[in-house]
Design a protein around this ligand. Sequence first.
Ligand code: KIV
Length: 282
Amino acid sequence: MSAVPSTGPGEKRSVLPPDIRARKGQAPLVVLTAYTTPMARQVDSHCDVALVGDSVGMVLHGLPSTLGVTLEMMILHGRAVMRGLSKAMAVIDMPFGSYEESPEQAFRNAARLMAETGAPAVKLEGGGHMAETIAFLTRRGVPVMAHIGLTPQAVNTLGGYKVIGRAAEGDRVMEDARAIEAAGAFAVVLEKIPVGLAARITQSLSIPTIGIGAGVQCDGQVLVVDDMLGTFTEFRPKFVKRYANLGQLTDEAIASYAADVRARRFPGPEHGFPDLLPGKAS
Ligand code: KIV
């Protein structure tokens, strides 16, 4: 295991899990995903948390779901993101299959994520059935952000990327929220749950809720950065607000480059190197 120092003794990143927990009921927490150093630098300027989400598998690696994401992928992207952060806190997703088997398996892999990236926290999906694991991790120095409601790693058992928690199912989501809070999670992502339920969960928990498709009453919001920038267009959930269309801008820029190359308009004289420098004889 190659350790990557993040903070030395006495040194402190400006945002750590207890700071996020203390933000309950304060100004909304701003969270975006990041998978690379340049994006982490940009997220760092404006956000409280950079989430190295396992959505990286779909967004950057072209996978059909998050199920094929590996621990090694999360470590690689986690290290890249850590190099771009100076104040926002990183949270790294535990990929499918790296934590569900037992609390011991979860600790082993969470410890690798933290030691090999320097990130101060992990996120894992699941409610009541993951409470024992969350308690095991938090008691051993692994701060956990939980993730309930629509949990994309369970897409096959859920039967699709559905709204979770309508009608009677809402009681179960509320129970999940209470269980993960009691287990020691420092925050919880609420994905694709009805807005009234999200508001009730937010009111009844002492830890911050971070919504994605869960309405404006949550203590914070998270989006996949490529969704809001328009660079991931495979599908567009209703909860995404598109703040830019960088996918289209990129397409136009590449088309202009291709046209210039084909017409020999690029490179121009200003992009080349003369055989002799002016005024210098060889
Ligand atoms: O993987 C991810 O990007 C996430 C967010 C959608 C919350 O888990």
